[in-house]
Structures are given as structure tokens and as C-alpha cells.
Ligand binder design. Structure first.
Ligand SMILES: Cc1cc2nc3c(=O)[nH]c(=O)nc-3n(C[C@H](O)[C@H](O)[C@H](O)COP(=O)(O)O)c2cc1C
Length: 238
């Protein structure tokens, strides 16, 4: 099993530690675990040129230096773990900058088919508030990417670092992480998208049938999704 952890900060703080607890519960010795840290692994802001949307993701000015590598890792992973602390009620700027670069992968444009059979976990920690909106920042992107199964967890830790988190809070986190981990499966070929992802797919399909952006419509046509093919079909029936 391949696990990719993308951390929205360079600090190995509370959010990172909670993410690691999840990974420890699902990973086995033979698994490959890769950890990326932002902004080190993708330090650029989206310039808003929209070349990824209107032409090709390979036209992004950050494609060769950063996005090609990160995207390959995302596509190859069976389980994605995104972590970000709450920074003024939302994900860190670094995490937002990465997510902005994947606008072209929204179902409204050209979703990658491997997403539909992946699992993802979004983790945040905040001192007191803003965890819901921070998780929504990550979950919203992953849903629009078409990720099959998305789980999330965002405890209030009342601390600025993992060492400062009290024992009772850590114990509660351990219990919650145990429960969350039970939802994950190592049988990665059994993962199929939930109802929300499918519903969104069919809404977007209808839109692409009418046609908006020629690049997107050609992509959906080539995949066969405007006909009988579905991005989750091969795995579900295989
Ligand atoms: C710039 C900044 C903004 C923050 N904004 C919030 C916030 O809006 N709500 C909150 O509860 N905590 C906020 N915090 C506190 C952190 O979210 C909290 O300490 C978190 O657990 C840190 O996670 P980390 O150890 O993974 O970096 C903020 C911290 C920083 C540095």
C-alpha cells in the first residue's frame, strides 16, 4: 500500500502527529510512506493564468519544477493524508496554494480517474475554533477531485505545539483516531466512490454533455464517461 502524507506546514506539530497516528494504525511494514511538507515541496502560488484549465496542466509555470512530482505521488498513492493546522479559520496559505494548482482536476474540468478509487483522510488541529472550515477547505477540493472515500478529523488541542497538548486531550485523540482508522481499508482494490462523489460526477457529466470548455469536453469524451464508461468501473468490476 502506498501512503502519501501532505502537510500544510513545515512544523511537525499537532496536525502532523495526529496524521501520523492515523498512518501508524493502517500501515504495515511493507508499505511505502512518503511525507511532503509545504511550502518546501511546492512553494509557489498559483498565478491565475488558467493555462491548466484552458490548455493543459503541463502548461502550468510550476509543472516541471514542482507539480509534476507532487502529482505523480498523488496519483500513485492508495491513501492520501492531508494535514494542516487552522490558520485564521482556514488551511495554511501553503496548503491553499497547492490546492489552487489543482483547479483543473475538479470534476467541472478534468478529474483524474484514479482519484475515484482512493481513500483520503483530512486532519486539522486548532487551538479552539475554525476546525470545521479548515477541514472543509481540504475536503471540498478532494470531493471535487473525485476522491472515492474522504474522512476527516479536527480536534481542538488548546495548544500551539504537540508537546503542549494535555494528556486528557491526547487520550481522546487516540480514541478518536482508533475509530477513524477502522473506516479505512487495506483492500484498496475494493474502494469505490460514495454517493456524494457519484452524484457530483453525474451532475458534471450532464454539464460536459452540453459542452463548455472544448479541452474538458474532449477529455470526458475520450475517457468514455459521456457514454457508458465510469472512472470507478474498472476497479469495481475487476
Ligand atoms: C497564524 C496562526 C493562526 C492561527 N489561527 C487559529 C484559529 O483561527 N483558530 C484556532 O483555534 N487556532 C488557531 N491557531 C492555533 C493553531 O491552529 C493550533 O495551535 C494548532 O494546533 C497548531 O497546529 P500545528 O502544531 O500542527 O502547527 C493559529 C496559529 C497560527 C500560528
Amino acid at each position: 500500500m502506498k501512503i502519501l502524507m501532505i502537510n500544510g506546514t513545515l512544523r511537525q506539530g499537532s496536525s502532523y502527529h495526529v496524521g501520523k497516528l492515523v498512518i501508524e494504525r493502517i500501515a504495515e511494514n511493507e508499505d511505502q510512506i512518503i511525507e511532503l511538507f509545504l511550502p518546501k515541496d511546492m512553494p509557489e502560488f498559483c498565478r491565475g493564468c488558467a493555462a491548466c484549465i484552458t490548455e493543459s496542466e503541463k502548461r502550468c509555470p510550476d509543472y516541471l519544477m514542482y507539480m509534476k512530482r507532487v502529482t505523480r505521488m498523488i496519483d500513485e498513492a492508495d491513501l492520501l493524508v492531508f494535514t494542516s493546522p487552522v490558520h485564521v479559520l482556514h488551511v495554511t496559505g501553503a496548503m491553499k496554494a497547492l490546492l489552487d494548482h489543482y483547479g483543473y482536476r475538479f470534476m467541472v474540468h478534468r478529474p483524474e480517474e484514479r482519484m475515484f478509487t482512493k481513500q483520503a483522510v483530512c486532519i486539522t488541529t486548532g487551538a479552539r475554533g475554525g476546525m470545521k472550515s479548515t477541514l472543509k477547505d481540504m475536503k471540498g477540493s478532494l470531493l471535487f477531485w473525485g476522491v472515492g472515500r474522504i474522512y476527516s478529523y479536527g480536534p481542538a488541542v488548546a495548544a500551539t505545539c504537540w508537546e503542549g497538548v494535555s494528556m486528557p486531550v491526547k487520550e481522546k485523540i487516540l480514541q478518536d483516531v482508533d475509530k477513524l482508522s477502522l473506516k479505512l481499508t487495506r483492500e484498496t482494490d475494493q474502494v469505490v466512490p460514495g454517493i456524494k462523489t457519484r452524484l457530483l460526477f453525474y451532475i458534471m457529466r450532464r454539464m460536459h454533455q452540453k459542452g463548455m470548455n472544448p479541452v474538458d469536453q474532449a477529455y470526458w469524451k475520450e475517457k468514455g464517461w459521456l457514454d457508458k464508461e465510469r472512472p470507478w468501473k474498472k476497479k469495481a468490476e475487476g
